[in-house]
Design a protein around this ligand. Structure first.
Ligand code: OAD
Length: 271
């Protein structure tokens, strides 16, 4: 792996590792890019297959669900099947290893994700989800959590592969009020879960280093966490192969997270 990283990048990884090893309060925000190497497309990737004529922003909204609930439900069933057989990659694993290591050192690591997949948990991390969980459902009217049959999508185990996509799968009605069941995910224009957001804000405002991994930094309020950290004196590290509008970065590691994170964590834990 080392052979594939340039000497300049390895030097930047070393600089980041030194900074991180010398600090106690670290806040980490991950986005879709960290799951890209597990085979889950990011939101800025073009949709594929049956969904190539749609953009995520037109499907992940309350208005879209009100207009065409079956379309939005089908898209999420497809996304669930896409994610069901995916596994954590070396970036998720490295973060979990760092969190484990931090328990015996003086470091306090808060891991926050915008992702609705569960690859951080599968890798062994404790993580705060800002945008909900792909495997949960609730009523779109009365908000009652839906705990239905496994085939109706309340657990990762009920989805096997893309081959079993069933676009005719009907909408489910809430047994309390008759409203349609929807994914328990934060859509565009909706508020973030109060407790998760409060913890994220506190962690960003109090951290000494804030790390953005695999996020385009385009979607607020999550994108504002790095700014909050910076305003309170934190250093900012970004891990992303492509440039982002984030202009407050102190150290950029411009490479795929799965390439950079194992080396970064190896260096931090060795220091
Ligand atoms: P985006 O799809 O907006 O951005 C993904 C970022 O990951 C891009 O900046 C890529 O350059 C970067 N990237 C791609 N491959 C990578 C890799 N292997 N390693 C590191 N970085 C890589 O995803 P998010 O920023 O997570 O919201 O999007 C934020 C929110 O907008 C999502 O949570 C979702 C979305 O629409 C909701 O669904 C509410």
């Amino acid at each position: 792996m080392l052979a594939e990283l340039s000497p300049a990048l390895i030097a930047e990884v070393q600089r980041a590792a030194k900074l991180l090893a010398s600090k106690q309060r670290i806040c980490i925000l991950t986005g879709a890019g960290i799951s890209a190497e597990s085979g889950i497309p990011t939101f800025r990737d073009k949709q594929t297959g049956l969904w190539e004529n749609y953009v995520a922003e037109d499907l992940a909204t309350p208005d879209a669900f009100a207009r065409d609930p079956k379309l939005v439900w089908s898209w999420y069933q497809w996304r669930r099947q896409l994610v069901a057989d995916k596994a954590p990659n070396p970036a998720h694993d490295a973060l979990a290893q760092w969190q484990y290591h931090a328990q015996s050192s003086n470091q306090q690591l808060t891991l926050i994700t915008q992702n609705v997949d569960d690859l951080h948990e599968q890798a062994g991390s404790t993580v705060i989800h800002l945008h909900g969980n792909l495997w949960s459902n609730r009523c779109s009217q009365c908000e009652t959590p839906y705990q239905g049959q496994p085939s109706q999508g309340q657990s990762r185990g009920s989805y096997n592969s893309e081959d079993s996509i069933n676009f005719d799968e009907g909408l489910i009605s809430c047994s309390h009020c008759g409203g349609y069941v929807r994914p328990d995910i934060v859509w565009f224009g909706e508020s973030l879960p109060v407790q998760a957001w409060q913890t994220a804000e506190e962690s960003a405002a109090n951290c000494e280093v804030f790390i953005c991994i695999g996020t385009s930094s385009l979607v607020y309020p999550a994108a504002g966490l790095a700014q909050l950290a910076k305003q309170n004196g934190a250093k900012i590290i970004e891990i992303n192969p492509d440039p982002t509008p984030n202009s407050i970065i102190d150290i950029t590691l411009a490479e795929k997270a799965g390439m950079v994170m194992p080396l970064l964590i190896q260096k931090i834990t060795a220091l």
